[in-house]
Design a protein around this ligand. Structure first.
Ligand code: CA
Length: 390
């Protein structure tokens, strides 16, 4: 029986200094993570992470003040049971946002604990591994400044993406949406010309556009042979999503800002996307992402999880990616058509690169799925203490 005796939360922050960057929506002067550590009555320890976009403190409060005390009261802390009970008890005020991020963190930590107790990795517990290594795409190509200094910025962008390619990536995602369409079109073109026709490219607008502008940008991306267009319009604009998707041939991706199976029911049901991008630390954890990805398969849609966080978030995403089926199945997996890939952020983040005793690395465009029990990773407490704020 799994009985939780102790809950600890950690707010981690690391300033980026001169490596600060911008998307269409925000400036990133620092990287943050909210970690949770659960300890059982028998002294076993499980780790989770939640809250990828906003400040980590509200997620911490949801755990410390609301979900945590209830978890400690439960006689049996099996993840599926905990999910159902805690979600039901916070449903009236917590269907999205920090409550679900807090629930995600707890759920991931419980799966880590169950795996450690049974000596099985989370992907084994999810039904087994379709793959022991996952093809990775690099995320980068952010804006270094909100002003566009054409020649200098295009040169820096070209050099940056060429550097990622040298690290072994064969697929990259860049940002669009901060600048006027014509300037962003130059960035799209620069990256294509620098990396060559065979390189696989994606673009992410972080919901910068209305549907009309998104269609115009989508045509630019199609002209330069980009494979998918992520978050073209705001997540609430489901009609806009459907309109963009019906006007373009390239795949439309989205879902990092959706929560739970109900959020994805509406995104998928609205005909919004070709690829869903649930974030395991946001959408409801391992328990819920299984339901979300199962729902996607009923519509023959691919899942490419969103990943943005510390090494724990990446480890959780790797376990999920290992267990994702081909959608649709083919005898021989075809990269991009049906084979899952994992997002590997390339901007500087010590919480991703230094937190684990064994950092994830890219070899031949792939990342290995850890074999060990649970998440399969070990947390370096010296690093936690170095970046811990509260
Ligand atoms: Ca994104």
């Amino acid at each position: 029986m799994l009985k939780i005796d102790r809950i600890e939360t950690f707010v981690l922050k690391t300033p980026l200094g001169r490596e600060r960057f911008f998307s269409s929506q925000a400036s990133f002067p620092e990287r943050t993570s909210l970690l949770v550590r659960l300890t059982t009555s028998e002294g076993e320890v499980g780790w989770g992470e939640g809250g990828q976009y906003g400040p980590p403190e509200p997620v911490q409060t949801c755990i410390e003040k609301v979900l945590g005390p209830q978890l400690l009261e439960l006689r049996e802390a099996a993840p599926g049971v905990v999910w159902d009970v805690l979600y039901a008890r916070t449903r009236d005020f917590g269907q999205r946002g920090p409550y679900i991020e807090a629930l995600s963190a707890i759920d991931i930590a419980l799966w880590d604990l169950v795996g450690k107790r049974l000596g099985a990795s989370i992907s084994d517990l999810m039904g087994g591994r379709h793959r022991d290594r996952v093809r990775a795409y690099g995320t980068g190509g952010y804006y270094q400044s909100v002003e566009f200094d054409r020649d200098r910025d295009l040169e820096v962008l070209g050099d940056t993406v060429a550097g990622y390619a040298e690290q072994g990536f064969g697929m990259l995602k860049i940002k669009v949406g901060l600048l006027p369409l014509g300037d962003d079109a130059l960035r799209v073109q620069t990256v294509r010309e620098r990396l060559g026709e065979d390189f696989v490219l994606f673009a992410d607008a972080n919901h910068a556009y209305n549907s009309q502008t998104a269609i115009a940008m989508g045509r630019v991306l199609e002209r330069h042979n980009y494979e998918f267009f992520e978050e073209p319009v705001p997540p609430e604009d489901r009609e806009g999503y459907a309109r963009v998707r019906s006007h373009l041939d390239l795949a439309i991706a989205g879902g990092e800002a959706e929560y739970t199976r109900w959020g994805f029911r509406d995104l998928i049901g609205g005909g919004c996307v070709d690829i869903i991008q649930p974030d395991v630390c946001v959408c409801g954890g391992i328990s819920e992402i299984q339901r979300i990805t199962a729902l996607a398969t009923t519509h023959n849609l691919r899942t490419i999880p969103h990943v943005w966080g510390s090494g724990i978030a990446f480890a959780a995403a790797m376990q999920v990616c290992s267990s994702l089926p081909l959608v649709p199945y083919t005898y021989r997996p075809v990269p991009l058509q049906n084979e899952p890939v994992v997002e590997f952020d390339r901007t500087r983040n010590s919480l991703r690169d230094d937190l684990l005793t064994d950092a994830f690395t890219v070899e031949d465009g792939h990342v290995k799925v850890p074999r060990g029990p649970g998440l399969g990773v070990e947390v370096n407490m010296d690093v936690v203490n170095e970046y811990k704020l509260s």
